[in-house]
Design a protein around this ligand. Structure first.
Ligand code: GLV
Ligand code: MN
Ligand code: MN
Ligand code: MN
Length: 409
């Protein structure tokens, strides 16, 4: 093993900051929604770095991008990576760290003249966030054959645009096939996006599993009417139904307990005026739990609540599942490898679940997979104030280096 080898933290941070300039928001953070012009520019920059590092670059029909570094053996690669799309109010680390950390490892190996036995591959996957097009992790899901390419390309976003058209528009549609990848192992470096590591004063998280995710959308249709003249008993108030659902979701998450969380993150009302009872209201519900039975219970209770509410209020409801993924356990040998690598550097390390969704949970369907987490200051993410200290970025990327060397031989 190359025990004294270290990545260059300053170089990693320069790349994170440079990529963060694309879609930069006033006050910090960035907005690089999937398949937008900003995403195109981000892709172009990262691909240019891949070429500079001598990687063989390819992309598939879903716009997932791969930078391959051949090994001495022509065998399935050890893959690392993540995503470079962001939510509308994103930080510069979510996803980007996994991709640019991978490139930093490649540059470190290039400088040291090390050629691994197995090839190494740094990937970034299309539309991980799901903020514009649901489901989230769409690119990696299609890559592993969990969603058909046609269904993904036909998916309409919150702005009515289709994934396939947007891929064409930004020139991101590649030629490699999807659905049956041959990958030796996958490891993804990511910020934690929650408070656990920081609260425990621990530098590295060895991620054991990702919690299950359920995204639902409800559209209520009632009757708009005068806010002053319509007696309460005669209302068919779609806005009330949406708000009652919102408070039910919170009560539900608290009642189910454990690590159940529930969020209404998007809510629209029509006509959205002070003196008109709303005739239309739509909202999204995000439910997550590491325990699939409890997650199913939460989903069932939510549907039951909505059915009874709609009947009582005399309103129509349309329901759509936007995303549904079971909890995903990672590979025990891979988790051990992450833990051992952290310890080899003298870093404190703990095993933990992931609260957020990640491309790694899709790759886990086709190869041994694990993740490396580093702390998020104040547990903040999906927020322009998302921040991870330079020494933690560096620590996580050194752990990634060591894990990749271990796996690639
Ligand atoms: C995606 O980033 C999610 O976990 O919501
Ligand atoms: Mn992410
Ligand atoms: Mn995210
Ligand atoms: Mn995510």
């Amino acid at each position: 093993m190359h025990d004294t080898l270290r990545i260059n933290g300053q170089r990693l941070i320069s790349r994170l900051e440079r990529l963060g300039e694309i879609g930069a928001l006033p006050g910090g953070g960035c907005c690089r929604l999937a398949l937008t012009e900003e995403d195109r520019q981000g892709r172009e920059l990262v691909i240019s770095w891949m070429y500079e590092l001598g990687l063989q670059v390819s992309s598939d029909a879903m716009g997932n991008v791969f930078g391959l570094r051949p090994g001495t053996e022509d065998s399935p690669p050890v893959m690392t990576g993540s995503h470079i799309d962001t939510v509308r109010t994103g930080g510069i680390y979510d996803g980007n760290l996994g991709v640019l950390g991978g490139l930093e490892v490649i540059e470190t190996l290039n400088e040291a003249g090390i050629v691994t036995r197995r090839p190494l591959c740094v990937a970034f996957f299309t539309n991980e966030e799901g903020a514009r097009f649901a489901p989230d992790m769409m690119g990696s899901l299609v890559y592993v054959g969990g969603m058909s390419l046609d269904d993904a390309l036909a998916t309409k976003g919150i702005d009515g645009q289709r994934v396939g058209d947007c891929l064409e528009q930004i020139g991101a549609r590649g030629s490699e096939p999807v659905g049956n990848p041959d990958v030796h192992a996958y490891v993804e470096l990511h910020i934690e996006q929650g408070p656990v590591l920081e609260e425990s004063s621990i530098t590295i998280g060895a991620v054991e599993k990702v919690q299950g995710i359920s995204w639902q959308e409800f559209c209520f249709t009632g009757t708009s009417n005068h806010a002053g003249t319509t007696p309460m008993r005669l209302r068919h108030d779609a806005g009330y139904a949406a708000m009652a659902t919102g408070s039910f979701v919170r009560e539900l998450a608290n009642r189910i307990g454990g690590d159940q969380v529930g969020t209404v993150g998007a809510l629209q009302m029509e006509p959205n005026l002070v003196n008109v009872v709303a005739n239309q209201a739509s909202l999204t519900v995000d439910l997550r739990n590491t325990d699939n039975d409890r997650l199913k219970q939460a989903e069932a209770e939510l549907l039951d609540f909505i059915e009874r509410l709609a009947e009582r209020e005399g309103i129509e409801v349309q329901h759509r599942t936007l995303a549904r993924f079971d909890p995903v356990p990672f590979d025990t040998d891979m988790i051990d490898c992450v833990e051992a690598s952290a310890k080899a550097f003298g870093h404190s390390v703990m095993r933990m679940p992931s609260g957020a969704g990640h491309d790694a949970q899709m790759l886990a369907r086709v190869c041994p997979t694990a993740m490396i987490f580093v702390p998020s200051v104040d547990g903040i993410s999906h927020n322009i104030n998302e921040y991870t200290a330079p020494e933690d970025l560096e620590a996580g990327t050194n752990v990634l280096l060591r894990v990749l060397l271990d796996l690639a031989g």
